[in-house]
Design a binder for this molecule. Structure first.
Ligand code: NAP
Ligand code: HSE
Length: 459
């Protein structure tokens, strides 16, 4: 009853539905991994959704790059075309659901949709991370909504939780495993001894990876999601290119994953947004997490986000962040919210995206403070370990542990791994020490340095 009342209110407020809400016509732009599942869910639960929305939700157009391509048999060929403009300008279409990916062409299509006063549902994190602020302000001027639950962590209702469920809070920190492909690869490598290449190929075949999987592996996809999530959580304008530290998993070595595990850590590609006195710290990089923390137990393609609010404390959201079904779950929820009118109300009143807010003061990476894991391959002769300890002492770095592992092969001929962990230290200080170590004649190969999060009350 409440939903129906809200629906009526929204019908008079929203220009996109002003023609009469006998049906919510949908133009699906993109019908690949996610779009196919969106179509299937809408078709298979038609009656329930019609009841919820108060009118049928009808997919009127399915726009793809190649209409001749073999598709799921449930997609009627009569709906297929490659003409996005024609689909959007259909007067019976009130919702444009963009699931094609990419940036420039997707932006062009959404500009047309907004100019035609059509509501937008999208899962395109790359587009929002790069153009979110201007798209949102264009939608505001046109009086339409943009919803994007599927863009960050697929099936986890994360954006809704942050902008509505946690609205009472000042959010102080967000720590997230935001990329399913990387988490799947790390889990497969460590637990199943699968090679990096095989694990990536499997992630691609399961539909987790982006069309260009480099975006997953090099941390860009997680950084896109962090820009969106941090903007919503911190209520400040955080652009993708403002994130000063973005590293991927491509250079990680199994030996470090194993050594970290022996020290009580699990390595994850961790995205962090944390409010500190000087502003907001933002980073995406492989990070050792205490194995006792819930995020360390997140395996496979699952995502999880730890959110810290000043009233609520720690909230952990966990679920499938990649794949057609989980992402379609979020996209369909957005479509229904849009049809009911709750999306417009949230968009108008709660400011789900900080497009009007000031740009966040982002703390330079060098000022980030954390513990560190350092692995050095030392020539096995007396005094090597002491020189490493001296470099750390010279920089005023406090050592938490220093362990020399047994050499493999004949003593004296190969490097011996020495692993140090530090107490919390500024990144620039540790990186200076690593530069010095790399130049020592007792060191073989590049020194490996991975941030490690110490167990502390707020983590
Ligand atoms: P996908 O499988 O590659 O599907 C893309 C679809 O868009 C295809 O149907 C393709 O047509 C169509 N398309 C591409 N360029 C087009 C163009 N210029 N004009 C018209 N249609 C075009 O991609 P996806 O995995 O479903 O991802 C879709 C979006 O959701 C992306 O923004 C992605 O980042 C996001 N997302 C994906 C996941 C996931 O797990 N896959 C999760 C969260 C968010 P053809 O079929 O003819 O090639
Ligand atoms: N490629 C993305 C991932 C899909 O692996 O997390 C979900 O956004």
């Amino acid at each position: 009853m409440y939903l129906r009342q809200l629906c009526c209110v929204q019908l008079t407020r929203s220009p996109a539905f002003a023609v009469g809400f006998h049906m919510a016509g949908i133009a699906l732009i993109g019908c690949g991994t996610v779009g196919t599942q969106v179509f299937r869910i809408l078709a298979s639960r038609e009656d329930r959704f019609t009841h919820l929305a108060g009118a049928p939700l009808e997919v009127r157009h399915v726009v793809v790059r190649d209409p001749g391509k073999k598709r799921d048999p449930g997609i009627p060929s009569t709906l297929l075309s490659s003409n996005a403009e024609a689909a959007i300008s259909d007067p019976a279409v009130s919702i444009v659901c963009e699931l094609m990916g990419g940036i420039d062409e997707a932006r062009r299509i959404l500009d047309i949709a907004i100019a035609n006063r059509k509501h937008v549902v999208t899962a395109n994190k790359a587009l929002l991370a790069e153009h979110g602020a201007s798209l949102f302000s264009a939608a505001r001027s046109a009086g339409v909504s943009i919803t994007f639950e599927g863009a960050v962590c697929g099936g986890i209702p994360l954006i809704d939780a942050v902008r509505r469920g946690l609205i009472a809070n000042e959010i102080t920190a967000v720590y997230g495993i935001l990329n399913g492909t990387c988490n799947y690869i790390l889990t497969q490598m460590l637990d199943r001894q699968t090679s990096y290449a095989d694990a990536l190929a499997k992630a691609q075949s399961l539909g987790y990876a982006e069309a260009d999987p480099t975006l997953d592996i090099d941390g860009t996809d997680a950084a896109h999601k962090l820009a969106i999530l941090a903007s919503v959580a911190m209520r400040e304008n955080i652009a993708f290119n403002a994130i000063p530290m973005v590293r991927g998993i491509q250079d990680l070595q199994l030996t470090d994953l194993i050594a970290g595990r022996e020290l009580g850590y699990t390595c994850k590609l961790l995205a962090v947004a944390e409010r500190v006195d000087a502003g907001v710290q933002l980073s995406v990089r492989p990070t050792f997490i205490p194995s006792s923390h819930p995020l360390a137990k997140v395996d496979g393609a699952f995502n999880a986000v730890s959110i810290y609010g000043d009233a609520v404390g720690h909230v952990l959201l966990y679920g499938r962040g990649a794949g057609g079904g989980p992402t379609a779950s979020a996209v369909v929820a957005d479509i229904i919210d849009t049809a009911i009118g709750t999306a417009q109300a949230t968009f108008d009143r709660l400011g789900p995206y900080a497009d009007g807010a000031k740009a966040a003061r982002v703390v330079p990476t060098d000022e980030n403070e954390t513990a560190h894991y350092i692995r050095v391959e030392l020539v096995d002769r007396p005094g090597g370990m002491a020189r490493i300890a001296q470099v750390l002492a010279d920089e005023g770095i406090s050592i938490a542990s220093l362990v020399q592992h047994a050499p493999e092969g004949s003593a004296g001929s190969e490097g011996v791994p020495v692993v140090a962990t530090t107490h919390v230290t500024r990144d620039d200080v540790v990186h200076r020490a690593v530069d010095v170590m790399n130049k020592l004649d007792v060191v073989r190969g590049p020194v490996v340095c991975i941030p490690a999060i110490e167990e502390r009350p707020e983590f």
